[in-house]
Design a protein around this ligand. Structure first.
Ligand code: ZN
Length: 292
């Protein structure tokens, strides 16, 4: 029996070492994170996303099935969205061996205050609330890649070189996107765009725009606040109200109607991160360019 046949025989008996290790089980909170992990890990990871398509990450709770998957994960990657604060400490306490890596902390990312409703020309901030929508800035996402590669390599040292290469490749793609967005928003510095839910604060900060939100601390505005938003938007010639597909609301439509504008749907949680961010940025830039 030659060596190869001997090995095949052993494998059939289940005696040989496994040819390839099973992919890492990685749990992330939101769909854009799956794009990040898949770009860095390629076939070496199987990614489970907690907040599924069309779900609202602000009101989401993990299902019992997801809690079980979490307990068995090789790596859990929170991104600072609200539900994590409630269940991650409990989960980690129940599973002391669970590997939870906070990439934002590892990368030293400072989160922005949540921008509240606009009042006659200035923005107010929600009491101490920090804006969780960090991934809408591709430059910020690029900062998460080295600690992501390191976390994957720690969980699976055999593929460390692949993780480093994947992170470098994806950082290049994000840098290209950042360059595109810089040219797209060139000449629009300081311009204000109106959103229902404030998902785009990091994009705004990165490219010198100002996000104005209709919603305030997760609540629909009252009649007086709505009237003030409409008055201000009219005065500035704003013609578009951006809503999240998950949260299109009557007040967004009311504002759009009152300003003679339109409601434009964007999805900050879309799974195709780079194409989606490009599309979203183009929609915002197009609206700003069509306004006075
Ligand atoms: Zn949100």
């Amino acid at each position: 029996m030659n060596a190869r046949r001997w090995l095949a025989h052993l494998a059939l008996l289940g005696l040989a070492a496994p040819a390839a290790a099973a992919p890492l089980r990685v749990v992330v909170s939101i769909l854009p994170q799956r794009a990040f992990v898949e770009a860095v890990a390629g076939p070496h990871a199987r990614v489970e996303v907690l907040v599924g398509p069309g779900r609202n990450m602000h009101t989401y709770e993990p299902t019992p099935k997801q809690m079980a998957a979490l307990a068995e994960a090789d790596l859990v990657l929170p991104i600072g969205v609200p539900f994590e604060h409630a269940w991650l400490p409990r989960l980690a306490a129940a599973n002391p061996k669970l590997r939870v890596v906070d990439l934002l902390e590892a990368a030293g990312v400072e989160r922005l205050p949540m921008i509240g409703r606009a009042h006659a020309g200035h923005e107010t901030h929600g009491e101490g609330e920090l804006d969780p929508h960090v991934w809408t800035d591709p430059g910020l996402v690029a900062r998460l890649l080295p600690p992501l590669a390191a976390a994957l390599a720690e969980a699976d040292p055999a593929h460390a070189a692949d993780y480093t290469a994947g992170a470098e490749r994806y950082a290049g793609e994000l840098a290209a996107l950042d360059g595109e967005l810089r040219s797209l928003f060139a000449g629009l510095a300081g311009r204000r765009f109106l959103v229902f839910h404030p998902s785009w604060g990091y994009l705004a900060a990165a490219y010198g725009l100002v996000q104005v939100a209709i919603e305030h601390e997760g609540k629909e505005p009252g009649a007086r606040a709505l009237a003030s938003i409409i008055e201000q938007a009219k005065a500035e010639g704003i013609r578009a109200v951006f809503v999240q597909q998950q949260s299109a609301t009557a007040s967004a439509s009311a504002v759009a109607e009152a300003i003679g504008g339109r409601v434009v749907a964007l999805d900050p949680l879309a799974p195709d991160y780079i194409p989606n961010l490009r599309r979203s940025a183009q929609a915002i830039a197009e609206a700003l360019r069509s306004e006075p």
